[in-house]
Design a protein around this ligand. Sequence first.
Ligand code: PEP
Length: 252
Amino acid sequence: MRKKFIAGNWKMNTRSIDGELLASAIVKGLGSDTRVDVAVCPPFPFLSRIGQVVRGTPVGLGAQNCYLKDDGAFTGEVSPAMLVDVGCQWVIVGHSERRQFFGESDKLINQKVHAALKAKLRVILCIGETLDERNGNRMKPVLNTQLAGSLADISSEQLKSMVVAYEPVWAIGTGVNATPQQAQEAHVFVRERVGQLCGESAAQSLVIQYGGSVKPDNAAVLLSQPDVDGALVGGASLKADDFLAIVRAGIQ
Ligand code: PEP
C-alpha cells in the first residue's frame, strides 16, 4: 500500500516572516499525525529558517530546484549538497515552470535527478503535457518522452528515493484541474512506463502525485483514485488551512 504524500510548492512566494508563520501553522495543524507524508518547498533563501521550524516534526523540507554540481564556478546556482546542508530531504526537479521559462530539457533534468540522488536527496520529478499536446492527442507520447529522458539510467533501487508528479501544464495555476478520470488514466500510464523503464515492482511502489489546481474542494475525489498517491500543491499550499484540508483529504 502506497502512503499518500502531499507537498506544497510555494514557488517564488512569501517573505521570510510569512513563510515562517505558514510553516508554523502547518506544523501545528498536523501535530504528530503521520498517516500522510507532508513536505513544504519554500524558496531557497528561506530554506534554512523554515528548516528550523519543521525540524523534529513530521513536516519534510524540500527545495524547488537544484543544480547538478556539488561546488564550483556556477554563479547563481545551488547544489544538492547545499540543500542537504540546510536540512532538505526533498528537491523538486523538472517543474513545468523550469522547463517553460528556463529551457530545462529532459537531459538536464536527468542530470539533476542523478546529482540529487547522489547527494541523498529524495526527488519529486515533475512531468506533464501542455494543452496543445493534450488536444493533439499527444499526452501519452509526451509523458513517454519526458519519462524516458529524465529517468535515463535510473535503477529500481534509485527509484525508491523518487516520487513522480504528474502535472498537466494546462491545470497548473489555472483553476482548471484534471478530472479524477483524466488523472487516473495518466497515472496508470506513468506507472506502466516507469515499470518498463525501472522495473515493475519498483513502479508498483512508486508514489505518483497529481498536481494542477488541487484545492480543498477537489482534493478528496482526486486522491480517492487508485493510482493518485498524493498531490503537489502550488497556490493552495500558501494558505495553511487550505493545505491542511488537502492533507486531511489524503487520509482515507
Ligand atoms: C505546482 O506549482 O506544482 C502546481 C500544481 O500549482 P497549482 O496547485 O497552483 O496549480
